[in-house]
Ligand binder design. Structure first.
Ligand code: SF4
Ligand code: SF4
Length: 117
């Protein structure tokens, strides 16, 4: 699975510097993700950094299936996006701690490592 930018993009270009693999570039009047460079932020982050930093709330960056869709990957990405929005509103410290704990538990359920105490 990789990510793509939809027509809802407002062209703010925040995602360009957020991408750890330099997969995002301006192509004419559009911002695009180079699928061959996008690694879904899997090496270093629990959520796609382009998705996390995007200021829109209208599905600007979408996951697209390039292999068999994975239920938990899709579920987690959707959930993480919602929590990311909550972090920017009330009680950010509460949500940060809650989300970190939840992400660790979900990683353990996905077989990616132990749950941290
Ligand atoms: S951060 Fe979102 S709105 Fe801004 S350029 Fe990237 S995809 Fe478009
Ligand atoms: S998912 Fe990560 S690697 Fe892929 S375009 Fe977004 S920020 Fe870059």
């Amino acid at each position: 699975m990789t990510y793509t930018i939809t027509s809802n993009c407002i062209g703010c270009q925040r995602c360009l510097s957020a991408c750890p693999t330099a997969a995002i570039a301006v192509d004419g009047a559009q911002v695009r993700i180079n699928e061959s460079r996008c690694n879904q932020c899997a090496d270093s982050f629990s959520v796609p950094q382009c998705w996390a930093i995007c200021p829109t709330s209208n599905g600007c960056i979408e996951a697209i299936a390039t292999t068999t869709p994975d239920y938990w990957e899709t579920w987690f990405a959707t959930y993480a996006h919602i929590v990311q929005r909550l972090r920017k509103t009330a009680k950010p410290q509460y949500w940060n701690a809650w989300f970190d704990r939840y992400a660790a538990t979900l990683n353990q359920l996905q077989g990616n490592g132990p749950v941290t105490p």
